[in-house]
Design a protein around this ligand. Structure first.
Ligand code: TXA
Ligand code: MG
Length: 316
């Protein structure tokens, strides 16, 4: 990806306004939360979310957490329920992420949820994060702001060392207090489930709920975060590296040429990543086998091919 000069912004009214403007323009901005520094993009802009993966050099797509300024804002994107209300009232803003079913008309890029029908939402407590989210008044997808495989950053200097020159700006407001990622609770199923232990102790959550959290089953691909993607695969067979569609196949193209849907006519990997999950869903809805054009394996192509291989893998 092209080098860019990374602006270091202070957490002043001017700095916050600039950070919100950059997010609106589809650029990447790192910002402090009470847990770790996040690498933020507007969650409604697929191209911006794709750029997160590009900047981090992450070889696979995991679902990302959408950061919002309030429980009220969260309810714009997810189906709310009583347990969510109870936990939000007790712990938001704070280091707690809730996974809930996506709501109709949510507007969130499918690259944020990695094609799932649930979304992780979190209301961070850090004043600079709060100010930024209020200024933007939109959802910000943000994994930790470190290159893939490196430790999570708790200062702006860590972020600069890892991602300087690859992102538009860093909102610098000192060191993060918690230093451990948010606790993730799944509320899309019948029981509240601990999906990831984190900065908020499970016992504290259980005390508020008045019952134990269900532990995720590490063998269940639906609840094991690292394997989340293997469960979403199109219903129809998927054939990779196809130079042309066969008889009765739909064709998912890449680059110029005729096809049913094109990941990127100009052959841009960031555009292809942004389109990937939406296009797979659309073709899948037509109920025919899908042939996919070859996608180069460099840069973001690594994560795209990883996802396509999972979609094409044999299933039961
Ligand atoms: O403290 C934090 O949560 C930090 C700061 C920046 O807010 N963010 C963070 O994001 O740790 P990340 O991308 O490193 O972790 C996101 C994890 C995924 O790996 C996955 O385990 C879980 O959140 N997740 C997100 N959406 C999910 C979903 N729909 N269903 C299940 N798990 C989900
Ligand atoms: Mg992380």
């Amino acid at each position: 990806m092209p080098q860019q000069s990374t602006e270091i912004l202070a957490a002043t009214a001017g700095g916050i306004a600039r950070a919100a403007q950059l997010l609106q323009e589809g650029r990447l901005v790192s910002f402090p939360t009470e847990t770790v520094y996040g690498l933020g993009a507007d969650a409604r802009q697929g191209g911006a979310v794709a750029a997160i993966y590009e900047a981090k050099g992450r070889p696979s797509f995991n679902p990302l957490i959408a950061h919002v300024h309030s429980a009220e804002a969260a309810r714009r994107y997810v189906e709310w329920n009583d347990v969510a209300e109870q936990l939000a009232a007790a712990f938001w803003p704070g280091p707690l992420t809730l996974v809930l079913p996506l709501r109709e008309g949510h507007g969130i890029s499918p690259l944020v949820t990695a094609g799932l029908n649930t979304l992780g939402v979190r209301v961070p407590a850090h004043p600079a994060a709060q100010a930024l989210l209020q200024e933007l008044d939109g959802p910000v997808a943000a994994p930790s702001a470190n290159p893939s495989g490196r430790i999570s950053p708790t200062t702006a200097a860590h972020v600069k060392a890892g991602l300087g020159g690859r992102i538009a700006a860093i909102l610098d407001d000192g060191a993060c207090g918690v230093g451990l990622e948010s606790t993730i609770i799944g509320l899309a199923g019948p029981d509240a489930m601990l999906l990831r232990p984190g900065g908020l102790a499970a016992e504290v959550i259980e005390a508020v709920l008045g019952r134990k959290l269900v532990q995720r089953d590490v063998h269940d691909p639906l609840t094991a975060p690292g394997q989340l993607l293997s469960h979403y695969a199109p219903g129809a067979p998927v054939r990779l590296n196809a130079d042309a569609p066969g008889e009765g196949e739909l064709y998912l193209g890449f680059g110029p040429g005729s096809c049913d849907l094109n990941l990127s006519e100009s052959g841009e990997l960031a555009e292809a990543a942004a389109n990937l999950f939406g296009h797979l869903h659309q073709l899948d809805a037509l109920g025919k086998p899908i042939a996919v054009a070859p996608v180069p394996a460099h840069g973001l192509g690594e994560a795209i091919n990883d996802r396509l291989r999972r979609a094409a893998a044999p299933r039961d």
